[in-house]
Design a protein around this ligand. Structure first.
Ligand code: ZN
Length: 435
């Protein structure tokens, strides 16, 4: 069964021990963030398991720090005076997100509530010099901060989402298959030097999964796989409301799962890897062979292939049979991989996204759903939902920024935010004032 039913969000419980004040501050902030409405102190106490006195102290600190604000009063129930309601103060903190895709660079700045305040998108320059690209990114970071009118001291840091594999500890982009000039580029430190802001680096798919968790509404709850459809394919994982990273933060390298023994030869030397069989150039080649697209498209010209791929998608959307067959077969290959991941990890949902999703969304989700209906093994126990991101093409950049905001809301953030100086780190952990 395929359904759109979603479970409720899980709120963490606090502890009333004094020594973990910093922990409790983040628990309270997190409870306010996750609530669908403004909360009273009594409701925050109920959601977190903290005492009324603890909530009173913590909310006072958060008000002084400018991270929450009072927002009206609850209707009186006739018992005592009406309760003051609290919500996040959007201008309390900002985070910048950069998504480096082989085709496009996206930069966004989020406020504390996770809303995009400003954004820039530009084609990834075709340069052999990563230094030029980094300088361009740094300039764009300054532009979005200025456009958002964000005070510098309230900008918590910059998150970068990059194609894998990456070396998270050293902040290095190792050797992404679709960015030929990028070999062992120390992206994190270079950007930190240029901006003076704390910077973290993470995988694009992990960032996208994190964006869903933060800003995807019901899409982002529980256990799901974010399936990235771009120049490459990849999978980001959230299990039990936690972003899964693996032993080296390189989780989700699914590109070499073999889905078609008769498929195209992959650069790894084998045949029919899902990454290669999902490349626009392969699908465009199939469309040329089927006579749907004009002959002679240069398959090594990324722009030409992107244009032809868009034409193929719109023909499939219009119901041109041969085009639909190519996209249906593509969807079936993806469905096979999704099924294996979902069964292995007992997931509730796949969320599709990435640069190609907007073109594929009108029909691709249906094809995948149809291909999966009879196959998902756990379906007799719980439904499995096939859906697409509501965050559009910004999802990777939003995710990178939300990984930075994660430091504000999580007592044990999942990634290391490295700052240029002690003071910047202290600013990033402004809520952890009690030790
Ligand atoms: Zn391969």
């Amino acid at each position: 069964m395929v359904s759109t039913e979603q479970p409720p969000a899980v709120v963490r419980r606090g502890t009333n021990l004094d020594r973990v004040g910093g922990f409790n501050d983040t628990v309270v902030l997190d409870a306010i963030r996750r609530a669908d409405q403004r909360l009273s102190r009594v409701e925050i106490a109920a959601a977190t398991g903290l005492s009324g006195q603890a909530i009173s102290n913590i909310t006072r600190r958060l008000l002084v720090a400018g991270l929450v604000r009072e927002a009206g009063r609850q209707k009186s129930t006739g018992l005592g005076k009406p309760r003051t309601l609290l919500e996040l103060e959007p201008t309390g903190q900002y985070a910048v997100g950069v998504h480096l895709d082989p085709a496009v660079v996206t930069v966004v700045i989020l406020d504390l509530t996770g809303q995009v305040v400003a954004r820039r998108r530009a084609e990834t320059p075709a340069t052999d010099d990563p230094g030029l690209l980094i300088a361009g990114i740094a300039a764009t970071v300054e532009e979005v901060i200025a456009e958002a009118s964000a005070p510098r001291e309230r900008v918590v840091g910059v998150g970068i989402a990059a194609p894998g594999p990456i070396d998270v500890e050293r902040g290095v982009v190792v050797n992404p298959p679709n960015l030929a000039a990028w070999h062992l580029v120390p992206l994190r430190d270079a950007l930190r030097e240029r901006t003076g802001l704390p910077v973290l680096l993470d995988k694009d798919v992990t960032a996208a999964a994190s964006a869903e968790k933060w800003a995807g509404g019901s899409n982002g709850r529980g256990s799901f796989v974010f399936f990235y459809l771009g120049t490459g394919v990849g999978a980001g994982l959230v299990i039990g409301d936690e972003v899964v990273r693996g032993s080296s933060s390189n989780v989700g390298e699914i590109g070499h799962v073999i889905v078609d023994p008769d498929g195209p030869i992959c650069y790894c030397g084998r045949r029919g890897c899902v990454g290669e069989a999902s490349q626009p150039r392969f699908l465009v080649q199939q469309a040329m062979q089927a006579g749907i697209l004009a002959q002679g498209i240069d398959l090594d010209d990324r722009r030409a292939v992107d244009g032809a791929f868009a034409a193929l998608c719109s023909q499939a959307g219009e119901g041109v049979e041969a085009a639909r067959e190519i996209i249906t077969a593509f969807a079936a290959r993806i469905a096979k991989v999704v099924e294996d991941i979902a069964n292995l990890l007992d997931l509730e949902r796949v969320v599709f996204g990435g640069p190609h999703w907007d073109q594929l969304a009108p029909f691709f989700g249906e094809f995948v759903r149809a291909a999966m209906v009879e196959r998902f093994l756990v379906r007799s126990v719980h439904p499995f939902v096939v859906t697409g991101t509501a965050l559009g093409a910004d999802v990777g950049a939003v995710g990178a920024a939300s990984l930075v905001l994660d430091h504000t809301f999580s007592p044990n953030p999942s990634v290391l935010l490295l700052g240029p100086a002690e003071s910047a780190l202290a600013a990033a952990q402004v809520v952890s004032v009690e030790r």
